[in-house]
Design a binder for this molecule. Sequence first.
Ligand code: FE
Length: 229
Amino acid sequence: MRRREFISWTLKAGAVALLPAIWTGCQRNSAKASIGLPPLAYAEDALEPHISARTMAFHYGKHHQGYVDNVNKLVAKTPYAGMPLEALVVSSAGDAEAGAIFNNAAQVYNHNFYWNSMAPGGGKEPTGAVQEGLAASFGSYDGFKKAFLDAATGQFGSGWAWLVIRDGKLEVMATSNADTPLAHGLKPVLVIDVWEHAYYLDYQNQRKAYVEAFLANLVNWEFAAQNLS
Ligand code: FE
């Protein structure tokens, strides 16, 4: 509701004394309805030297923020307005007329997942259920690393490499552009962004070096473990 319409309505309704409280409520409701940019779990320079603060400033502050802004503009005055992010991704994936909404919503979801897939001091070998799951699917941790590296470097053009759960088993897959395992009924466990904007400032065209740095120094197995349960 616009401010002038709101004031006119409250005057007619004789609700002048309640105006501040009602306005605050309206604002709170509209804030609830929009998709937000979640705060990072670490400082923008915390992943250095593997991912620079400059990359983070552009990638999180400009690209990710841009997808958030776009999706909120696109869903306004559509049946998708106010929908939680995951539901928005899944429902717009099956709507041929909602391609732009899906692309931006999925990119918000994928980036949220990506920031959580890394941590300062990450990259140590997984333990417990993650280790057992990787061994069952890939033979060993080294087997997983090879499959993940192959998927991430083999993805032609922009996209993502994922560890997902399919039929109760861990699997590596790549997706193009904004595509996401959620749209295919799969549960994501871990992801790396292989769009050039993720690594070009730090690694230029050396995508393999970026993926190797992710595996060796950044991967957050505690987050992956949370996604197994
Ligand atoms: Fe990205």
